[in-house]
Design a binder for this molecule. Structure first.
Ligand code: ATP
Length: 451
């Protein structure tokens, strides 16, 4: 067994490239620094993470609605938010090798790469700039958003006016954000283009502390319910001098990544900072009228802000395992079934026509419900290993006996246990299994199958 928290980043990167989770961006041109492309399995993993978020915060609640605001926003947004002024890191440049370094990261006063002399620090804005329209002049500058949050603040009134949501309620969105990061590395942990999942939860001032604590617990549980081991998560409170300009209180949910503890998600009590700022810069009132108490106030905002890419990396690291199997090492990903890119693999024991026909039928039927793989290449043992390595929870084997008794074998990834089930009940059995039930509960009239 891989010791918890001890998988190396090299192993994760190698598995991701080998099996098609994540590739370097534009690899045929030598890659693009700190940008990544998600391959066929990676895109499924990310979709599943985003679906799990949407399910937990929109579908299963009645106090949060979704939004999909544009990546390009009015440039005044970034003046109001403080990003134009404050979203900069102090940098120094080496006079010898010209590498730039974040002052916070330096341990001594010379260049860590060549020992050369460093320049005085200067501020470097992390927002990507571009131009709107055909003329590249200062008046037409727009920015690629560095966070999704602002789209939700500027639409606060639109949501209040068009839904029947009353405070406390939240808006959530998932989308791309861009930061011209200075210190990069650690695979997709810090990239220049990434995806965020954020909630802006609007509350009455005075109830903010209670809601803040509620969201800390809620968000920690989300990761645990999706299989992250509790001992690999911790809460870390930001010290006063570390707090962002908008935050009254902030905690990070840290994960024990291969390079050590690092932020997976930030949860901040932003007070009334955002709505006050946007009122000031837009001239539009963003206060809220409580019809019950007849009070008018500017809501406080509690913000859980998570990264899809950092979550994907955490789920991959936490799921990774190696165990001795016969005379080799079995590599497997213990993904929670809802996150596994492929839920089921259909494996005919041979390529004989009759078997293939039956297997293809099962395959077509299961694809109506899930992402399913069909694999008939090489020995059954090898095929099981291939599926284990990408975290497929169940393999269905179809053998010659299946043609006679219309039953197939379900093989479970983690325990490698096998049971036989009638084909007619396969879907119901898999549905129960994939939703975490231990028993195979059959349709009315059927028996209950125990393993
Ligand atoms: P860090 O201190 O690591 O730079 P941050 O405090 O700037 O992170 P936030 O602004 O709080 O990050 O962003 C919220 C979330 O967005 C983070 O917890 C992380 O999951 C994700 N995120 C932020 N920057 C990046 C990045 N460059 N690459 C990948 N994910 C990121």
């Amino acid at each position: 067994m891989t010791e918890p928290g001890k998988v190396s980043m090299e192993k994760i990167v190698s598995l991701c490239q080998r099996r098609g989770f994540i590739f370097p961006s534009s690899e045929i041109y030598g890659g693009l620094s700190s940008c990544w492309d998600y391959g066929p399995l990676g895109v499924e993993l990310k979709r599943n993470i985003k679906d799990a978020w949407w399910r937990a915060v929109v579908q299963e609640r009645d106090d949060i609605v979704g939004l999909d605001a544009g990546i390009l926003m009015h440039p005044q947004t970034w003046a109001a938010s403080g990003h134009l002024e404050g979203f900069s890191d102090p940098l120094v440049e080496c006079k010898n090798c010209h590498l730039r370094w974040r002052v916070d990261d330096l341990k001594d006063k010379n260049c860590p790469a060549c020992g050369g002399e460093l320049t005085k620090p200067r501020l470097f804005n992390l927002m990507f700039k571009t131009f709107m329209g055909p003329v590249e002049e200062e008046a037409n500058v727009v920015y690629l958003r560095p966070e999704t949050a602002q789209g939700m603040f500027v639409n606060f009134q639109n949501v209040v006016n068009t839904t029947r949501k009353r405070i406390p309620f939240g808006i959530t969105q998932i989308g791309k954000a861009f930061r011209n990061e200075i210190t990069t590395g650690n695979f997709v942990f810090r990239s220049r283009e990434f995806e965020q999942m954020e909630i802006e939860f609007f509350v009455k001032p005075g109830t903010d502390e209670e809601w803040f604590n509620y969201w800390l617990e809620e968000r920690l549980n989300w990761y645990v319910n999706l299989g992250i081991k509790k001992e690999h998560l911790r809460l870390r409170q930001h010290a006063k001098d570390e707090l962002a300009h908008y935050a009254r209180v902030c905690y990070d949910i840290d994960y024990l990544f291969p390079m050590g503890w690092a932020e997976l998600e930030g949860i901040a009590n932003r007070g009334d900072f955002d709505l006050v700022q946007h009122t000031k810069y837009s001239g539009k009132s963003l206060d809220y009228f409580d019809d019950e108490t007849k009070e008018r106030f500017i809501p406080y905002i509690i913000e859980p802000s998570a990264g899809v890419d950092r979550s994907a990396l955490a789920f991959l690291c936490d799921a990774y395992d190696e165990e001795p199997a016969e005379d080799e090492i079995r590599v497997l990903l213990h993904f929670h079934p809802s996150l596994a890119p492929i839920k089921v693999a259909v494996l005919p024991l041979s390529r004989r026509e009759k078997l293939v026909e039956a297997a293809k039928q099962v395959y077509a039927d299961l694809r109506q419900c899930w992402i399913v793989d069909y694999d008939d290449a090489q020995s059954i043992g090898r095929r099981y290993r291939r599926q284990d390595e990408i975290g497929t929870p169940f393999c269905i084997t179809i053998d010659f006996q299946s043609l006679e008794d219309k039953q197939v074998t379900i093989r479970e990834r983690d325990t490698m246990k096998q049971i036989r089930v009638p084909i007619s009940e396969l879907k119901a059995a898999l549905a129960a299994k994939l939703s975490g039930e231990d028993l195979f509960v059959l349709p009315p009239g059927g028996q209950i199958w125990k393993e």
